[in-house]
Design a protein. Sequence first.
Length: 129
Amino acid sequence: MNLTTYPCLLAFDYGLKHIGVAFAQSPLAEPVATLKTFSQIKPLINRFQPERLIVGLPSGPLVPAVHNFAQRLKTNFHLPVVLHPETLSSQEAVIRLRQIKASRRKLKNDHPYAAALILEDYLESLGRV
């Protein structure tokens, strides 16, 4: 039996108003939280002790803001930060939440689910899933 080990990872779906966060230490990512400020990240770093941070990199006008956010993560937490291409992760999260008939509250709070999709896609790109 081949046991694959997974690093502890936190992923971020950065938005201008909210930051979605997900965690993984297996092939499946767990939505964690929706944050409103950068300062709310430190308690999550302390709680999960990630080895690496993954940031979804969209295409379009948000790219410079995402690069700035990734740089702030590197500077503040001294952890490797990986920008992982993502397109329409928030829309995909909403579609999946609707498929499982999620509550309106979960549908409005799609950012951590988008972060989970980004993280699972990142793990898949490593060939670990």
